[in-house]
Design a protein around this ligand. Structure first.
Ligand code: SAH
Ligand code: SF4
Ligand code: F3S
Length: 453
């Protein structure tokens, strides 16, 4: 890391999940010693990195249209006598389609997969010399994390921290095991060092990330699994809130459930995707759990932490999904009661088993099911938010709101909370009385007299 003034401008566009958000931040760290400083538009940038997502067809298409725009921008700039922009494709599309991109997209100078971006300096140098291999799709997260420093430069009072990479679950619809590689966990001591660096710089809340974060099994002398890691991080002074995402129902073990009952730092919000409420569909998806098994698991979790807010992911229109299967999904949603959720139309991904399954569902049917699913989830989200009105919740203020004098923070349940409050409260956890609720946010007022600054 260098503290000298940047001499070159770096623009990173991030698509996809939080793991990509973390990776983009770390790419900036890797490039900073080369003199790259961040800019928030591609226009004047010397280096543009597209950190891409392959999860659904639309996500991948966005990358190719962005590449078209960048190529035009670069040509116009060169024609106007401007400097040349280097274009890099990183992330999951890079991993899945890297060779094809190098062959078919002459505008792209280099391609780097999600486990290889510590090699960016070398790849950039090669692209400037126009010699040597300009694609790296190495699958060794150990090497990547070894090359990253534990020192972070957080931009706010919350931060993501990747603790686990990859997936061995092979759900039949999903590309992640192919783009991120197998499950691998970072040693707890490395994670602790990174978390300490964040806390020293004012971070009060970390979200531990992994494609299967609760499968975490990194070396930890102080207790195994994600529960052990959470207990270890909870001891760091200043770090008051710990979240984690995304979890798989299969890895939700008793120790982690117990940790929710015991650790006040562990926030009462759990993203636990179920995908479908039909056992037939779950089996075809290779999810390795049943609908009832999932509902029982939620009951156990709520027995440990009664106020746990549950979030999930749903796919409609998986091959072979009939009306009755879809109805079973709605039924499961009614039984669980979600605080919030993400829903998707099944997207056929090349190379995945489900893309070759019979019974592909028509687009209109998917649209209709998605609308019904969303109507129910929306109703539940509103009800959950309304249930907070009148309560006084601890809110971690993160940043100023759009209106003067207003701050935005988060409740323990991850809801955005708006309140009139002085800026010095950013980074503090303050009681807020909730007065109003909408689909996506809450509004409230400071609940106690604050000490004079
Ligand atoms: N590892 C996480 C999810 C990663 S992908 C987990 O297992 O829960 C995030 C979400 O995208 C998934 O939960 C799923 O709902 C959705 N998704 C993945 N592949 C998809 C596909 N081919 N079509 C539609 N949605 C998909
Ligand atoms: Fe994809 Fe399934 Fe792995 Fe999640 S658990 S990343 S949905 S294969
Ligand atoms: Fe997308 Fe890769 Fe994340 S495919 S959802 S960016 S793991």
């Amino acid at each position: 890391m260098s503290d000298t003034a940047p001499t070159k401008r770096l623009y990173i566009k991030t698509y996809g999940c939080q793991m990509n958000v973390y990776d983009s931040e770390r790419m900036a760290d890797v490039l900073s010693p080369l003199g790259y400083g961040m800019t928030d538009t591609p226009e004047g940038a010397d280096l543009v990195v597209l950190n891409t997502c392959h999860i659904r067809e639309k996500a991948t298409e966005k990358v190719y249209s962005e590449l078209g725009r960048l190529r035009e921008m670069r040509e116009e700039r060169l024609a106007g006598g401007g400097s040349r922009m280097t274009i890099a494709v990183a992330g999951c599309v890079a991993q899945a389609e890297g060779e094809e991109i190098m062959r078919r997209q002459p505008a792209v100078d280099l391609v780097v997969g999600p486990q290889a971006y510590h090699q960016l300096p070398e790849l950039i140098a090669r692209s400037h010399r126009a010699r040597g291999e300009r694609l790296s799709a190495d699958f060794a997260p150990e090497a990547k994390f070894d090359a990253l420093t534990p020192e972070r430069r957080p931009t706010g009072v919350t931060a993501f921290l990747t603790v686990q990479e990859g997936c061995d679950k092979f759900c039949t619809f999903c590309v992640v095991p192919y783009t991120r590689g197998g499950e691998w966990s970072r040693p707890a001591a490395d994670i602790e060092a990174e978390a300490r660096s964040l806390a020293e710089k004012g971070v009060r809340e970390v979200t531990l990330l992994g494609q299967n974060v609760n499968a975490y099994n990194g070396a930890n002398e102080q207790g195994a699994g994600l529960a052990g890691l959470a207990r270890r991080l909870a001891k760091i002074s200043g770090l008051d809130r710990i979240r984690y995402t995304t979890s798989h129902p299969r890895d939700m073990d008793d120790a982690l459930i117990a940790a929710h009952a015991e650790l006040p730092e562990l926030m009462p919000y759990l993203h636990l995707p179920v995908q479908s409420g039909s056992d037939k569909v779950l089996k075809a998806m290779n999810r390795a759990h049943t609908a009832q098994g999932y509902v029982r698991l939620i009951e156990e979790i709520r027995a440990a932490r009664p106020d746990m807010a549950i979030s999930g992911d749903f796919i409609v229109g998986f091959p072979g999904e009939r009306d009755a299967d879809f109805e079973a999904t709605l039924q499961l949603i009614r039984e669980v009661g979600y605080a919030t959720a993400f829903s998707f139309k099944y997207s056929r991904r090349p190379g995945t088993p489900a893309s070759a399954m019979p019974g592909q569902v028509a687009e209109e049917v998917k649209d209709e099911r998605l609308a019904r699913l969303n109507a129910l989830l929306d109703e539940q989200a509103r009800a959950f938010n309304r249930s907070q009105v009148g309560r006084t919740l601890p809110v971690l203020f993160e940043r100023p709101g759009r209106h003067p004098g207003q701050l935005i923070g988060r409740s323990p349940y991850l809801q955005a909370v708006y309140a009139t409050a002085p800026e010095r409260l950013i980074g503090q956890i303050v009681p807020v009385r909730i007065e109003d609720a909408a689909r996506m946010s809450l509004a409230g007022a400071l609940a106690q007299e604050l000490e004079p600054a």
